[in-house]
Design a protein around this ligand. Structure first.
Ligand SMILES: [Zn+2]
Length: 241
């Protein structure tokens, strides 16, 4: 017969072990990287493989509106008026979701130094993965996209890349033989504006802010190779922790 005091300590020990186990499974990951770095694809794959929730700020805003909370109602009126949801409100929405969450993958938040500082007041990341690709390669990836001109037609989802996924015949959709075109967003001028904006607002300030824990990955490699590198980084740290 174990004396009550001993019981208590056994239970406490078990609780402690469980907590340890739980803590070890907490994985909070931030993905940094410009458009075209494959950040969205890699974070979705990692989320699926490790069963970690992949959080998008757009989804959070939509679910806040749906919940009809006070904040949700406020956001709804802003969106319906065609205005942009301010940084402050995005911060509040993300906080209300993540404050009590131990595992998540973020790939679009924090987007600015101010957001990163706000997030740091109530949470932190276990991993900050930065996907790097030389600028010329990013531009090639992003400007090479071609869409079927019938893309509005639900019957055709023709989506090509002049180098990575070319159509059988140049400028012609394999699926419906319509002509292909380049979206305005994919033209050089827009791409350069987007890349410069990312670098100034997100890339430089956040790489600096997270400099003590950031891990850089060469994302000029194939998506499969990049994923392997990410997995290795996660697995190694699991063993070492
Ligand atoms: Zn087509």
């Amino acid at each position: 017969m174990v004396p009550p005091s001993r019981w208590r300590s056994v239970i406490e020990a078990e609780k402690f072990m469980l907590e340890l186990l739980f803590v070890r499974q907490n994985i909070r990951i931030l993905f940094l990287g410009p458009a075209g770095s494959g950040k969205g694809t890699q974070s979705a794959k990692l989320a699926e493989k490790y069963g970690i929730p992949h959080i998008s700020t757009g989804d959070l805003i939509r679910s806040e509106i749906k919940s009809a909370s006070d904040l949700g109602k406020k956001v709804k009126s802003i969106v319906e008026a065609g205005q942009l949801v301010s940084d402050d409100i995005v911060n509040e929405i993300v906080k209300s979701k993540l404050e009590k969450s131990d595992s998540f993958i973020l790939d679009g938040y924090p987007r600015t130094l101010e957001q990163a500082k706000f997030f740091a007041e109530y949470s932190s990341f276990d991993f900050v993965f930065n996907l790097t690709v030389p600028r010329e390669q990013l531009i090639r990836r992003l400007t090479g996209r071609r869409m079927c001109s019938k893309e509005q037609d639900p019957n055709c989802k023709g989506n090509y890349h002049v180098e990575l996924n070319p159509p059988r015949e140049e400028g012609i959709c394999d699926l419906c033989s319509s002509s292909l075109y380049q979206r305005k967003d994919d033209q050089l001028e827009s791409i350069e504006r987007r890349l410069n904006g990312y670098e100034a607002e997100t890339g430089k300030p956040l790489e600096e802010f997270y400099s003590n824990q950031i891990q850089n990955f060469d994302a000029s490699q194939s998506p499969e190779q990049v994923f392997q590198d990410l997995e290795r980084a996660l697995d190694l740290s699991q063993i070492c922790s």
